[in-house]
Write a protein that binds this ligand. Structure first.
Ligand SMILES: *Cc1c(COP(=O)(O)O)cnc(C)c1O
Length: 411
């Protein structure tokens, strides 16, 4: 009986020249020489630009696009995106510094995340960025700090919605959450903001991440707008912006397909067109991390040894979970699945074999590909992990086992 195994969505964003992958117009072999050592992450700036362009093309013209930089905080990437998007969302004062250094205007930077310390809040207020308030306690602290320093504090209220984003890779709203203020408490919080005379920006509703299902995103957009406008209608302080979150996914695993951005954009266009005129001054924001950068990046490591154990071939490489936790399957996956992987200097070669790609760490979790059909590889060849531009290096336990950290380049 034939069993149909689901396959990875084809990787088409990188050209191939002489069986070698090309990134940023440079062949992998030459780029590796230029960088001087492996492993490394390489991000293609043209692909990042093209992705932003595609978003601009498919999303309603009046929607503002923000980059959530925790997906990839490399300063060169943030600098590049600073000139392409309308704002940057940060999740720490470290990220805030990178965004400010990149020349982003403070009023185009928003800072979300639970557990902001007094110190961080004070830095953010002095910087003049917008604080997405995650709790009533945080709001009072901000008001106190603003009073002490004499600086105006700009705040937006992060709302924990009363619904969940269906089939999302990671749920970040709905039910009981550490994120945001429960929707039913928000009217009272808006009254408090008016009383405290803080500079009020608007509402932030982010319900989840890594979603590939159009209907689920459409439903989330509809409910998010509905909730946002309902709250705006009872707010004593004018709502200038409503950030409707993001959560657009990219295909990582066999059987997953790229998101139909056209369908998401069309639906949003209709939803925005139907908004009553009295809300016409509200600016709508969409914030994306992964979707903007994930597919523009690769992780590259080198085969050190080809080892056969009881018939199974292992490619032992100098890279692994300490550099790329997500590809090893240990960053939130329930059932481990392979990322798309290839031998970067043997692309399109039909001489394949089934191998497992492992790293140098003393743990069986250090697995980059589990019994995958790859071009037959030898020591010195390059293993490429695709879809690696988001939640790669900075989402990995680099210090684990004290191997050297990988380099990063934007080409
Ligand atoms: C992480 C995060 C994002 C980005 O999520 P992606 O799945 O990378 O698009 C956006 N907004 C907030 C509040 C986040 O915490």
């Amino acid at each position: 009986m034939m069993v149909n195994h689901p396959e990875h969505a084809p990787i088409t964003q990188f050209p191939i020249h002489d069986n070698c992958l090309v990134i940023g117009g440079i062949s992998l072999a030459r780029l590796a020489q230029r960088i001087g050592s492996t492993p490394f992450y390489a991000y293609d700036r043209q692909l990042i630009s093209a992705r932003v362009q595609s978003l601009r093309q498919h999303l309603p013209a009046n929607i503002h696009l923000h980059y959530a930089m925790k997906a990839n905080p490399m300063p060169a990437v943030v600098q590049h995106l600073a000139g392409l998007v309308d704002g940057i969302d940060v999740a720490s004062t470290g990220e805030m510094k990178v965004a400010l250094d990149a020349g982003v205007a403070p009023e185009a930077i928003s800072f979300a995340g639970p557990g902001k310390s007094r110190q961080e809040l004070a830095c953010a207020i002095a910087a003049g960025i917008i604080l997405n308030v995650e709790s009533e306690y945080e709001l009072e602290t901000i008001a106190q700090l603003a009073k002490e320093t004499g600086f105006q504090a700009s705040v937006a209220v992060r709302v924990n919605p009363d619904f969940e984003l269906k089939s999302s890779g990671m749920k970040m709203g709905g039910g009981s959450k550490q994120f945001g203020i429960d929707a039913e408490r928000v009217p009272a919080v808006l009254q408090r903001i008016a009383q405290l005379k803080l500079d009020f920006e608007g509402l932030h509703i982010f319900s989840g991440s890594q979603n590939l299902r159009v209907e689920a995103i459409q439903e989330a957009h509809e409910k998010t707008l509905q909730l946002g406008l309902q709250l705006a209608a009872v707010s004593p302080v004018p709502v200038r912006t409503i950030n409707i979150g993001g959560g657009f996914g990219v295909p990582y695993f066999p059987g997953e397909n790229p998101l139909d951005l056209g369908a998401v954009g069309n639906n949003l266009q209709h939803l925005l067109a139907a908004i009553p005129v009295r809300f016409s001054t509200i600016r709508f924001i969409i914030e994306l991390g992964r979707y903007i950068v994930a597919e523009a990046g690769i992780y590259v490591c080198r085969v050190l040894e080809r080892k056969i154990s009881r018939g199974q071939v292992f490619l032992i490489t100098n890279g692994g979970l300490h550099h790329h936790l997500a590809a090893s399957g240990n960053f939130g996956q329930v059932i481990r699945k392979n990322y798309p992987v290839a031998i970067g200097n043997k692309m399109g070669i039909n001489d394949t074999e089934t191998v497992s790609v492992v790293g140098p760490l003393c743990t069986p979790l250090d697995l980059l590909a589990d019994r995958m059909a790859l071009s037959r590889a030898e020591p010195g060849d390059w293993v490429v992990v695709f879809q690696s531009g988001a939640y790669g290096l900075t989402a990995s336990p680099v210090a684990f086992l004290s191997h050297p950290a990988p380099l990063e380049v934007l080409v």
